[in-house]
Design a binder for this molecule. Structure first.
Ligand SMILES: Cc1ncc(COP(=O)(O)O)c(C=O)c1O
Length: 440
């Protein structure tokens, strides 16, 4: 397909289109832990899709559920009407959530989940009589998708730059928790950095804004900007401050949900319960796009007022609770239970961390960090050419080593399957070593 008009027609997301189209890295099929490339090679997927497919690709049970559903009920009206699969998935999903999260709102992506969660938080505060609580707090280096709410609370400069004057008002950012000097090469949660949660208290006091903050949103483990696990005590302290000041705490678990950190959600793993959880990706094992916003019962109950024939929340998507996506979700949740996937993930963690940290002393590496089945190897950037080293590794792994991983600038990211085989993880890092050893 190289150089064909099809390659030209597709404006690719988060991709250097001109560079990519010179020599496309294309896959045509997937099965289990492998892709097949357009030139017929079998590639190991070291990134589980895009943090999505922890159970492996084309899982037979999910494929079967989707095939049956699409032939049975392809779609139905979703407003003032419903399909049985969406209700079934909602009930099943609430069994995976922390206690007291009995309700969920369906979306089609992580970005939609985030914007939905922010709207629910703002509306909840208003319904509680706190009209002045309109401020939202995010974090530098946070990634919360690409819609206007998400990029406003998100903290990635290139994602915001072009839209700076159109971002939503009243957003502040706390510092991110990453510091190579203080906590470089941390294994698991860094010991340094818990104190940074106090910045939330600072935002309240210094600007005399107590009573104006509606919600704080954080990724429990920041993923997209290079795997930043929360320092010890950090999430606990955020929770305390939010509770004390009536601020809703939102965990964006689009990546960390469904076994990525060895539990249903990071909330469970860290023993810190937020008020709202966003998820997507692993909800359907990535097979059909779908997301969800999970809320504490108290939040849902607060909305259930006013005339009963009127919507309590003026928000929703044509495809909220799409029956085919819901069927994929039900099947995925069943497989997680049947295969004990979250436990599998937990058991793999240690050897995965050992493998990643073999690069701690590598001359091209300036940091290695990990949590659960997420790890990052950060390369020293080339002078005046930041990002080229990471992309070169990504390409060499694809062409020379039949391996797919992700790079964000010079940070190599790894996200193995929940049911990955230890020898595949060893081979993956073996390939990475060969490429790094040969790198200029
Ligand atoms: C934490 C987090 N939130 C939101 C999103 C956006 O999800 P989507 O790309 O499905 O819109 C992502 C995507 O990776 C994410 O990592």
């Amino acid at each position: 397909m190289k150089n064909s008009s099809a390659v030209d027609a597709y404006w690719m997301p988060f991709t250097g289109n001109r560079d990519y189209k010179k020599n496309p890295r294309m896959v045509v099929s997937a099965d289990g832990h492998h892709y097949t490339s357009s030139d017929g090679r079998k590639l190991y997927d070291g990134f589980s899709g895009l943090w999505t497919s922890g159970l492996g690709h084309c899982h037979p049970k999910i494929v079967d559920a989707v095939q049956q559903q699409v032939a049975h009920l392809d779609l139905c009206l979703t407003f003032q009407f419903g399909n049985d699969r969406a209700f079934e998935l909602a009930e099943k999903l609430t069994k995976f959530t922390p206690k007291g999260f009995g309700r969920c709102f369906f979306t089609n992506s992580g970005s939609e989940s985030v914007d939905t969660a922010l709207k629910i938080a703002l509306a909840f505060q208003r319904l509680q009589g706190h009209e002045n609580r309109t401020r939202l707090i995010g974090r530098h280096r946070g990634y919360h998708g690409v819609n206007f709410g998400g990029i406003s609370v998100g903290g990635i400069p290139p994602n915001r730059k072009m839209f700076a004057s159109n971002l939503i008002n009243g957003v502040d950012h706390m510092s991110h928790t990453h510091n190579i000097n203080e906590a470089g090469f941390s294994r698991g949660q860094p010991k340094w950095g818990g104190h940074l949660a106090e910045e939330l208290d600072g935002l309240l006091v210094s600007d005399d804004q107590e009573g104006s903050i509606a919600a704080v949103i954080v990724e429990p483990v920041a993923g997209a900007t290079g795997i930043l696990p929360p320092p010890l005590g950090y999430l606990e302290r955020l929770r305390e401050i939010c509770t004390k000041h009536g601020i809703l705490l939102i965990f964006d678990e689009v990546i960390t949900g469904f076994g990525r950190v060895g539990a249903s959600f990071a909330a469970e793993r860290f023993g810190v319960t937020p008020d709202i959880i966003t998820c997507a990706k692993g909800l359907t094992n990535g097979v059909i796009p779908m997301g969800a916003v999970l809320v504490k019962d108290e939040i849902y109950d607060t909305f259930m007022s006013g005339p009963e024939h009127m919507p309590e929340l003026f928000h929703g998507y044509t495809y909220s609770g799409h029956p085919v996506a819901a069927a994929a979700g039900i099947a995925a949740l069943e497989v997680y239970e049947e295969e004990g996937s979250f436990q599998q993930s937990r058991e793999l963690e240690e050897m995965f961390a050992d493998e990643a940290h073999q690069f701690d002393d590598h001359p091209r590496v300036i940091d290695v960090r990990n949590f659960g089945l997420m790890a990052a190897i950060e390369l020293e950037p080339r002078e005046s050419a930041a990002g080229t080293r990471g992309l070169e590794v990504h390409k060499r792994l694809f062409w020379d080593e039949n391996l797919v991983i992700r790079n964000t600038m010079d940070i190599l990211q790894f996200c193995p399957f929940l049911n990955a085989k230890p020898h595949d993880i060893r081979s993956m890092f073996g390939a990475v070593k060969r490429v790094l050893d040969g790198l200029e």
